[in-house]
Design a protein around this ligand. Structure first.
Ligand code: IVH
Length: 671
């Protein structure tokens, strides 16, 4: 078929544009065109390729969508072995490494090192010939890996063609393929929706996604890359002298390298880097398991060489694992304020994510069923940062023969009332209400908590004793407690008893919104309580409101409205409120807040470390200005306030084009 004039040139132009926009979108997170403009160009190119198949080449951006299905992966021998790294765990190891390096080099001076995070994904070697990606191989045993070229072409942050000047005849670029934490979560949600098994962690998800025989599956997985090294090179006119120069060179050609890459020229600087990245570990968008130090000078690297499987010019500092194996010694049932029965796994204590973990919530029966967690099972537990420890998966190969599936009881373990699962709910609830001592204790704990009426010094242990000794049945009883009664409790002297009575008395002066929150009305959290107080101003006005009136209010939907009306209709709630007021609970009459037009109704997300304000202060101030403070970024977010070291939320905001402001702007708003 003859190709009309202009078509080839247009094809080239489309390659150039699409590659450029891909790079902007996936590699540097800074798109210049709209999605629809991009789609239009992509469709145009596809059409050209359909009309003139001879024009289709390996580096066409259309090859990114996958399509080919393989029987198996073929093997690839690495022209230069893909090495692994020796590990170290502390500063002494670091010093010893540096000493060894200096010894080998016969030098007094610490060489310049390059520090990078050690990504927790899987290694890949990308072979470019005349700048075109011709082969991608996994590490395998270091000498022979698997050919995953077709799958790799679907990864948008990997250039199909290197761009720029000085591109050699052959260059192998090596890096780590990974999935971000956010990508992992959405992938797992999708897996569950599709009735498939969720992945245990982002690394497994990345490995599983890359090793798909059907490349269309890989194309739909959120795989990314950071390049960190080079393999075979032929015909490169000017060899860079250092690792950092090599990384800048490939970055110019369109490869993505870690933005965290840093030059460090002393052991102290290495230690500071470890500390700095360690602190930010949980805020990074992806999982890392340590940091890597490499001698920067490539000539020195060559002189150092490698022994067995690892180079002598590099070392990995490993962070504590965020995932470990342990056993489920038992499953206990906790009863919450609203009667929810929560199964909690008692674990053989295990050091994970930097702390010793001995409990993990199992959430509910569905979750137990889905993971089929049984007493005596060996399980994988994960704890990352401040995140609550979680049982990720059972290690089935270690299951005891006699184990049985765990089923939540149908009676409350505390008060023996029937436990029911309401229609549409996943949670089993004790029907005992305030008859149930566990619910009573939790209701009182909530009532006195910091965001409620805030009684200083009334801790959980005291409340538990008060309820067990029948000194307090409900929140209103707190106000008639005597010093003698309190001082008779365990670990409570006369002085602390007196202080506590004073603190309870002090807490009588509260705010309407705090009072509403303290009542523990189902579905009424801090923000809703504030909206209700601001709208109704008085308790009488709120009590009279029906569902129709209530749903007009911000933050109040039909379920919340129903819950509020039901609460105020129940006689025992009316009685408790009455007794609280009789006991002297008061609050100043609320003034309707002047709404700040800039922020009223706006959704704001706080992320990173704020320097001047605490998180809770910032939140309180924003709420007072009529803003809503959300925990995660979505396309509905109006502003993201980014503090120091902001991580994945900031990245997401930028990706979605959400307006990002700094702490100074936040303070300006507040003032
Ligand atoms: S350099 C010869 N840099 O860690 C040195 N490796 O234990 C080759 N990895 O197989 C590796 N992040 O998959 C290097 N910034 C980084 C890395 C990194 C993750 C992985 C890589 C390698 C393994 C070695």
């Amino acid at each position: 078929m003859t190709i009309p004039p202009g078509i080839t040139a247009r094809k080239e132009e489309l390659y150039r544009l699409i590659n450029k926009f891909n790079y902007q979108y996936y590699a540097i997170d800074n798109p210049e065109v709209s999605d629809s403009e991009y789609d239009r160009l992509f469709r145009e190119l596809k059409q050209i390729e359909t009309d003139y198949p001879a024009l289709l080449t390996l580096d066409s951006p259309t090859q990114r969508v996958g399509g080919q299905v393989l029987d198996k992966f073929s093997q690839v021998s690495h022209s230069l072995p893909m090495l692994s790294l020796d590990n170290m765990f502390n500063e002494a190891d670091l010093k010893a490494f540096n000493k060894r390096v200096k010894g080998w080099l016969n030098s007094e001076n610490t060489p310049t090192y390059i520090a990078e995070p050690k990504l927790d994904g899987l290694a890949i070697s990308l072979r470019y010939e005349q700048g075109i990606l011709v082969q991608a191989a996994t590490r395998g045993d270091g000498n022979v890996g698997e050919d995953v070229t077709i799958n790799t072409r679907t990864i948008s942050s990997i250039p199909l063609k290197l761009n720029g000047s000085g591109i050699p005849e052959v260059i192998e670029i090596r890096g780590e393929i990974f999935i971000t934490k956010q990508g992992f979560e959405s992938l797992n949600k999708q897996q569950i929706t599709d009735g498939k098994k969720p992945f245990v962690n982002p690394r497994n998800a990345a490995a599983g996604s890359l090793r798909q025989l059907d490349s269309r599956i890989t194309a739909n997985r959120p795989l990314e890359i950071y390049c960190y090294g080079l393999g075979e090179i032929k015909g490169l006119a000017k060899m860079p002298g250092s690792h950092s120069a090599a990384m800048s060179m490939i970055e110019k050609w369109g490869c993505r390298i870690s933005p965290e890459l840093q030059k460090v020229s002393s052991i102290e600087a290495c230690a500071a880097y470890i500390e700095q990245i360690g602190e930010r570990r949980n805020n990074l968008a992806y999982d890392i398991d340590g940091v890597v130090f490499k001698v920067d000078d490539l000539y020195l690297q060559q002189r150092l060489g490698f022994v067995s499987r690892a180079p002598r010019w590099a070392i990995a500092h490993k962070f504590p694992a965020q995932q470990e194996m342990t056993t489920v010694e038992g499953i206990e049932i906790q009863v919450g304020r609203t009667g929810a029965l929560t199964p909690v796994a008692r674990l053989t204590p295990v050091f994970v994510g930097g702390v010793t973990v001995s409990n993990a919530t199992l959430h509910n029966q569905d979750e137990i069923d889905r993971k089929d967690i049984r007493i005596s099972d060996t399980v994988i537990v994960r704890r990352a940062g401040d995140v609550i420890p979680e049982v990720v998966q059972v290690v089935l190969s270690k299951r005891k023969e006699k184990s049985k599936p765990f089923i939540l009881p149908n009676r409350c373990p505390i008060c023996d009332s029937e436990a029911l699962r309401l229609e549409g709910e996943v949670i089993l609830r004790c029907t005992g209400g305030l008859y149930c001592p566990a619910q009573r204790k939790e209701a009182i704990k909530h009532f006195v908590s910091r965001k409620a009426i805030d009684v200083d010094g009334l801790g959980d242990k005291i409340i538990e004793q008060l309820v067990d000794k029948a000194l307090v049945d409900d929140p209103a009883d707190l106000f008639s407690l005597k010093v003698e009664q309190l001082s008779a409790l365990e670990r409570m002297g006369d002085k602390s008893a007196e202080n506590l009575v004073n603190a309870i008395d002090l807490a009588k002066n509260t705010k309407f919104s705090r009072f509403l929150y303290s009542l523990g009305i189902r579905e009424v959290g801090e923000t809703t309580a504030r909206s209700l107080a601001n709208h109704f101003l008085t308790l009488d006005a709120l009590k009279e409101a029906d569902e129709e009136v209530l749903i007009e209010i911000e933050d109040v939907g039909p379920i919340v409205a129903r819950s509020i009306v039901t609460f105020f209709h129940q006689t025992h709630n009316q009685e408790i409120i009455e007794r609280l007021l009789m006991a002297g609970l008061v609050w100043p009459i609320e003034q309707q807040q002047v709404t700040n037009t800039l922020l009223s109704g706006k959704i704001v997300v706080l992320t990173g470390t704020l320097e001047e304000l605490s998180r809770s202060e910032a939140k309180e101030k924003l709420l007072a200005l009529g803003a809503k403070v959300a925990g995660s970024v979505s396309k509905n977010t109006d502003y993201v306030v980014a503090g120091r070291d902001a991580g994945s939320k900031l990245t997401k905001a930028e990706g979605l084009g959400v307006k990002v402001v700094d702490e100074r702007t936040l303070i300006k708003w507040i003032r």
